[in-house]
Design a protein around this ligand. Structure first.
Ligand code: GRG
Length: 297
């Protein structure tokens, strides 16, 4: 990534991080345990990819009020963090580490971690509603954002994907089923982030192009995630490697092998870049998408 784009990415991440801290401050003492757990997971690191996508799609659609939109962009990071907390629970993937730290339930106990995930989920929708109440976006756009996000994380999206994942452990599935699992579990929230950026800008005619971009990029992202689970290190990923194999998960690597997975991720990246052609000022997004293919974390 060139220096200008790196500066833009760092500026986005700084604004997102500042806003995420604000979202959990000033909460009453009695509820402090759950708020501490939310804050712990929100500030544990992470690439902030989903809010960056939302901000960039808004900007590529000609949006100029980026500072006003940061809080809205945090809605997808709140959902993402909730999904990671729940994903790590003993009844799900039972992972002890996340983002280089003890997972939420290891630090706060299962009960508080479960509630912290639930509260982050709720807070995401509170943020969207508040953006209309505060006059940041028109109410009809807030309703549309609510609809896009809710669909992306429900039974047709993230939760549905998680169910397919759980129910197909220990059995070999087809590549078609793996594609469906991935589109729901990882792809749907990534797509929602891109589409929500477009919705905020009001350029509704660009929604299909944003969805096309996200479908290809989201799959490439998951394939790289699967590759890194085999080729990465604890230091890079912030969690133990080899967990997919240990848990008998179906992944692109277990089904197609490392080399074929790398080829497909590269092809999907090219496909996603083509979908960016309809957007103005797409240089940053172009580079970010290429960098995601080479990422090590
Ligand atoms: C309601 C019980 C219940 C569960 C919610 C757990 C769940 C449903 C869904 C799991 C979704 C999930 C964890 C998908 C994995 C997606 C993925 C590739 C995560 C890693 O994303 P990165 O690399 O992580 O963006 P960072 O840490 O950088 O933010």
């Amino acid at each position: 990534m060139n220096d200008n784009n790196k500066r833009l990415l760092d500026a986005y991440i700084e604004k997102i991080n500042d806003q995420l801290i604000k979202l959990t401050e000033n909460k009453p003492q009695l509820q402090r345990a759950v708020v501490d757990a939310m804050e712990y997971s929100l500030t544990a690191g992470g690439k902030r990819l989903r809010p960056v996508l939302m901000l960039e799609f808004y900007r590529m659609c000609g949006g100029e009020r980026l500072d006003d939109i940061v809080k809205l962009a945090c809605s997808v990071e709140l959902i993402h963090t909730y999904s990671l907390i729940h994903d790590d629970l003993p009844c799900m993937d039972n992972d002890d580490y996340r983002r280089g730290k003890s997972s939420c339930h290891k630090a706060f106990g299962e009960d508080i971690a479960l509630l912290a995930g639930d509260a982050l989920n709720t807070l995401a929708f509170e943020v969207i509603a508040e953006s209309a109440i505060e006059g940041v976006i028109p109410p009809e756009r807030a309703v549309m954002l609510t609809s896009v996000l809710a669909k992306a994380i429900g039974t047709d999206g993230m939760i549905g994907g998680q169910v397919i994942d759980l129910e197909t452990e220990d059995e070999e599935i087809s590549i078609e089923t793996l594609n469906t699992l991935q589109s729901c579990k990882t792809g749907a929230l990534i797509e929602a982030a891109c589409v929500m950026g477009v919705v905020i800008s009001g350029r509704m005619e660009l929604i299909p192009a944003a969805a096309d971009y996200a479908a290809a990029m989201g799959r490439a992202f998951q394939i790289v995630d699967d590759i890194l689970d085999v080729t990465g290190t604890f230091e890079e990923l912030g969690k133990p490697i080899g967990s997919d194999e240990q848990q008998h998960k179906n992944t692109y690597v277990t089904l197609l092998g490392l080399e074929r997975s790398k080829q497909i991720a590269a092809q999907l990246t090219v496909q996603s870049l083509a979908a960016l052609r309809g957007f103005e000022n797409n240089e940053f997004m172009y580079e970010l998408t290429q960098d995601l293919l080479e990422r090590r974390s």
